[in-house]
Design a protein around this ligand. Structure first.
Ligand code: PBG
Ligand code: ZN
Length: 327
């Protein structure tokens, strides 16, 4: 017989787990969490069945539950009560994310707390930073004004106790600006996980309902990448590495495995963000009985890890921990 065929047969036997090249473990996972300043009770997110916006007074028990089942890292998004054109509530020392970080770190010091550093949930126009007329006269994100805003947000998160800050708006020079700002305030140990390769993707749709961050004009294509451009995506991540990023990120994950594999060759840890649309597609198909949820989730995450991800940010994190315990 052909040796390849014998190998395939061996793989279908009980030794299969020993031969797995890639295994999903609890340590691979980061759970995104939405904290809502005006919510009194958990608010279900319609487009993301099973996900909620939590009031800050429930965030300790939510994280305690995640910790108990084995989630070791969370990524926080805030939905503030107050929005303005300059996103000032994003760096309020008593802002929603800052409060949540303090609560989580005092209840569970071992939980790795990552914060999304961006302004789109905090601005009335819904863009990721300061906007104004660009040189061509159209309204656009103003790079340098927005950098200053990101520095203030990041420092306020570090002050509250964040372990990792995750800047998500892909401004030019953002990582070095953040590194300098953090170091100047004595936060040398706070890591930067840059959304270094972030595509202008239709898959963020459900998130904009979840985070109340839809924009009122234009789109984000001036500061997010064209899905058609792989080499550009690689260069963007390499620039963030050169500026001092500690962890790179590819977002979305599942459609972009070629990019993920390329970026993993840079040598830094790479996170992959399985975004809201990827979650909702699986949920919707499973709810219709068209695919099996657990199998699809494990397949998607295994393939993301196989492509080169060290960390996977996924709304399935809690489910996966429970499923791993059942196995
Ligand atoms: C905001 C941000 C977005 C996501 C994470 N941070 C939305 C966007 O860029 O429009 C999307 C996450 C998801 O879809 O799960 N900068
Ligand atoms: Zn944003």
């Amino acid at each position: 017989m052909f040796p390849q065929r014998r190998m395939r047969r061996a793989r279908s036997r009980p030794i299969q787990p020993l031969l797995n090249e890639t295994n999903i473990t609890k340590n691979d996972l980061v759970a995104p969490l939405f904290v809502d300043e005006t919510a009194k009770t958990p608010q279900p997110i319609m487009a993301m069945p099973g996900q909620f916006r939590y009031p800050v007074h429930e965030i300790a028990s939510v994280c305690q539950e995640l910790w108990t089942i084995g989630v070791r890292a969370v990524l926080l998004f805030g939905i503030p009560e107050h929005k303005d054109p300059d996103g000032t509530s994003a760096y309020d020392p008593d802002g929603i994310v800052q409060q949540a970080v303090r609560i989580i770190k005092s209840a569970l010091p071992g939980m790795v707390v990552i914060t999304d550093v961006c302004a789109c949930e905090y601005t009335t126009h819904g863009h990721c930073g300061i906007v104004g007329p660009s040189r061509c006269g159209e309204m656009d994100l103003l790079n340098d004004e927005s950098l200053e805003l990101m520095d203030r947000i990041a420092v306020s998160h570090a002050e509250a106790g964040a372990d990792i800050i995750a800047p998500s708006c892909m401004l030019d020079g953002m990582v070095s600006s953040l590194r300098n700002a953090l170091d100047a305030e004595g936060y040398e140990k706070v890591l930067i996980m840059s959304y270094s390769t972030k595509f202008a993707s239709a898959l963020y749709g459900p998130f904009r309902e979840a985070a109340d961050s839809g924009y009122s004009f234009g789109d984000r294509s001036t500061y997010q990448l064209n899905p058609a451009n792989g080499r550009e995506a690689y260069l963007e991540s390499r620039m963030d590495m050169d500026e001092g990023a500690d962890i790179l990120m590819v977002k979305p994950a599942g459609f972009y495995l070629d990019i993920l594999a390329d970026i993993a060759t840079l040598g830094l840890p790479v996170a992959a963000y399985q975004v809201s649309g990827e979650y909702s597609m699986i949920k919707a198909a499973a709810a219709n009985g068209w695919i099996r949820e657990k199998e699809t989730v494990f397949e998607s995450l295994t393939c993301i890890k196989r492509a080169g991800a060290d960390l996977i940010i996924t709304y399935f994190a809690a489910d996966v921990c429970r499923w791993l315990d059942e196995k």
